[in-house]
Design a protein. Structure first.
Length: 252
């Protein structure tokens, strides 16, 4: 791999690291300032300790919320990315099983100031102990969402070399039909975002990129999200794309 290619991918590391650091700082402050499960109190006007109905998924609960916790505004001169980051966070007994955590995110490529929303939920018995497990997954997610910000024509963080066609119509079709959900991982924007995000995770965990990619795709099969035949399709698509991006280890 050429040094120039390594430097091109590595220019996002500082921004990803700073966002991760600030997210965890926000989480720790929110846990400390939100009382207990028995006697909860709002932290900066935000309800941290949540008790969703058994029929309500934690992701749906987050998506119904209008308030967020502010993490920070970032204007990174190395990567050339400007972004505001917000957090939705929950300490919940019903929404997350002990020893597990929930994490998701989204990016909005605004033409003035793009933003990333991160959603994280933990079980009260785990508290800060689970943050070490979240760390590599969060780095994956943040790098993934930053990549999306560089794709859109209406984004202030647009990179001309990374422009990709819009895919909102296809995303709507995929959401309506679980049988074709595997196609989500074949969307050009998701291909690039997953490739970059998983590489960030590999660097954080100090595991071979090949292993991280294999483990991720295997987990999608194990969780029933995709079929083994779809795993092969996705893997081959990612493998084909990586050399064209540059700055990333190739897959066998």
């Amino acid at each position: 791999m050429k040094l120039t290619e390594l430097l091109k991918e590595g220019m996002y590391d500082r921004l990803v690291g700073q966002i991760n650091k600030d997210v965890f700082k926000t989480i720790k402050s929110a846990m400390a300032g939100s009382g207990t499960q028995q006697k909860p109190k709002k932290y900066k006007g935000y309800e941290v300790r949540k008790d969703p109905m058994p029929t309500v998924k934690i992701g749906d609960l987050f998506n119904s919320e209008t308030r967020t916790l502010y993490v920070g505004n970032y204007s990174d001169d190395v990567s050339g990315v400007d972004v505001e980051v917000e957090l939705k966070f929950a300490v919940t007994e019903d929404g997350v099983q002990p020893g597990k955590f929930y994490i998701d995110g989204s990016a909005e490529a605004d033409d003035e100031y793009p933003f990333i929303e991160i959603q994280i939920a933990v079980h009260p018995n785990d508290g800060e102990r689970t943050l070490s497990k979240i760390q590599p997954v969060l780095r994956d997610l943040v790098r993934h969402e930053i990549e999306h910000l560089t794709h859109g024509k209406g984004s202030a963080s647009l990179k001309l070399s990374k422009i990709l066609r819009g895919d909102k119509a296809m995303r709507r079709r995929i959401r309506k039909n679980p049988d074709i959900y595997y196609k989500y991982f074949l969307l050009p924007k998701e291909v690039d975002a997953n490739i970059h995000g998983l590489y960030s995770k590999a660097k954080t965990t100090k595991k071979p990129y090949q292993q991280v990619v294999d483990d991720y795709l295997d987990s999608l099969v194990d969780d029933g999200i995709i079929l083994p035949k779809h795993r092969t399709m996705i893997y081959n698509k990612w493998k084909e794309r990586i050399p064209k991006i540059g700055g990333l280890p190739t897959l066998k």
